[in-house]
Write a protein that binds this ligand. Structure first.
Ligand code: NZQ
Ligand code: ZN
Length: 384
């Protein structure tokens, strides 16, 4: 196992009715900016629950944070924070609202052009405190340090990470996810599955606990994801899926092991260029990444084949093929298509993706830093 430092201070309030408890998590004299998305929280009762929980608090609202949140929109919130002496941010929504709020928290205190936090990895020295009421299980943003923001003007999708933007608390009430459209549930299953794979499907470093935790998340997603889709009101399935998504990207399974993330980096460009949902990009790219890197990943692919899919017979090459096919079939079975052509994207996109990755300096991706532009091209060729 590799050396590691682990720190995660996020307090989780899990289960039905937990939104009512947020008032005690936020200082009484806080001036809160409540951030949210396009309005789903007003239709499913989450907005009312939050407002009633914060009846005694001073709250200003900022709605309209879009999926794949934009810098342009978020900077409007930064202005409000600066002009209204806001000192606490409460994100109510999915990963986009959580991520966007992390950027607002960092940008409001930043001396300089806040886009540099994303584009130049400009270090931040402070951020406003954040709370999250999560309504979509997928990204893990509720319990991690990451934020992904897009500049609409030139479609740049960039990310930053800082322990300063760990939420102080996150409410995970599975009932808030009952109202999700099927497409978003499907995307969430694929996102949580792929997060786990990015940290698990690399090469062995004798970390059996991390491996088994990752395999546990994958197997639980395979069991509970379809239940959630079949019966959207199944509280237990929602709860199990929601906790899987959080555990998939809160840092725990990442400790002491190599990580890949090439699929995500390529996927972000497909969202930026063609508007595919984040989960859709992963369903397209992950099977191809596994195929192109099968030699370097062979030991873990065989372990994944056996422990996650029960594949124990056949020569090694066949077992690996079957495991990759099972992955693709699982994504399709939960309703996320796995080919670029399913989204009307042609291979003409390849030079555009390569140019962008080169501009960002993302030319040595993957657990061995050997996913260069040529490898990305091979991966995308297989996504047709
Ligand atoms: O905007 P509203 O009206 O709320 O509607 C949203 C949005 O249209 C809707 N929705 C959310 N909760 C709902 C609901 N509709 C009905 N009922 C509910 N309970 O769902 C749509 C998608 O929401 P969004 O927040 O965009 O989805 P998700 O949580 O999948 O977040 C995706 C974003 O997270 C980033 C992605 O790149 C993308 O920008 N990621 C963040 C990561 C992180 N912070 O660690 C890691 C991920 O790999 C990912 O990159
Ligand atoms: Zn993701």
């Amino acid at each position: 196992m590799e050396n590691f430092v682990f720190y995660n201070p996020v307090k989780i309030l899990f289960g039905k009715g937990q939104i009512a408890n947020i008032a005690t998590e936020i200082p009484k004299d806080a001036k809160i900016l409540m951030t949210y998305g396009g309005g789903s929280i007003k239709k499913n009762g989450v907005y009312d629950q939050v407002k009633s929980a914060l009846g005694e608090h001073d709250v200003i609202e900022f709605g309209g944070i879009e999926p794949n949140p934009t810098y342009e929109t978020l900077m409007k919130a930064v202005e409000i924070v600066r002009n209204s002496d806001i000192n606490f941010l409460l994100a109510v929504g999915g990963g986009s609202v959580a991520d966007g709020t992390k950027f607002i928290a960092a940008a409001a205190n930043f001396d300089g052009e806040p886009w540099d936090i994303l584009s130049k990895r400009a270090p931040i020295s402070s951020a406003l405190p954040i709370g999250v009421v999560l309504t979509l299980a997928a990204t893990g943003s509720e319990m991690n340090i990451n934020s992904v923001v897009t500049k609409a003007a030139n479609k740049e999708k960039r990310h930053f990470a800082s322990p300063l933007v760990y939420p102080r608390f996150s409410v995970l009430d599975p009932e808030t996810t009952f109202s999700l459209p099927q497409r978003q549930v499907s995307n969430g299953i694929v996102d949580a599955f792929t997060h786990t794979m990015e940290q698990y499907l690399t090469y062995p470093v004798n970390a059996p606990l991390q491996d088994r935790m990752a395999e546990g998340i994958l197997k639980t997603l395979i069991e509970e994801g379809p239940k959630t889709l079949a019966n959207p009101q199944d509280y237990d399935a929602r709860a199990n899926f929601m906790w899987c998504a959080t555990m998939a990207l809160n840092g725990i399974i990442a400790v002491g092991v190599p990580q890949d993330w090439a699929t995500h980096m390529i996927g972000h460009e497909l969202t930026a260029l063609h508007g595919l949902d984040h989960g859709q990009t992963l369903a397209v790219v992950l099977p191809s990444t596994l195929t192109v890197k099968r030699a370097q990943k062979s030991q873990k692919l065989l372990q994944y084949a056996e422990r996650v899919w029960g594949i124990t017979t056949g020569i090694e090459e066949e077992r690996i093929n079957t495991a990759i096919n099972k992955t693709r079939e699982f994504f399709e079975s939960v309703g996320v298509h796995t080919k670029l052509s399913d989204y009307d994207v042609t291979l003409d996109t390849i030079p555009l993706v390569l140019e962008r990755l080169e501009n960002y300096g993302y030319t040595a991706l993957g657990e061995h830093q050997d996913v260069n532009l040529q490898t990305v091209e091979q991966i995308l060729q297989l996504c047709a």
